[in-house]
Design a protein around this ligand. Sequence first.
Ligand code: FES
Length: 89
Amino acid sequence: MTILQLAQENGVEMEGACEGNMACSTCHVIVEKRFFPKLPTASEYEEDMLDLASGLRATSRLGCQIVLEKELDGMRLTLPKESRNMLGL
Ligand code: FES
């Protein structure tokens, strides 16, 4: 399960317009600093999408690309104030 799926199943306002296909950046999340190094390195394509996201931070990731793992237990995420839908929807 990804952060996007978890958010959507629990009523958290995260659009996920492209349904996890790294084409919209509406699942942009800011990861708590101490957990950021525990995440797998973002792919070049994810980095490219993040460059287009609104409110980008050093610990930004796409929620659709973060798979829940035991070592992420307790991780806090912040949603940016706004999101930018690169699909134009
Ligand atoms: S859901 Fe579109 S980039 Fe993650």
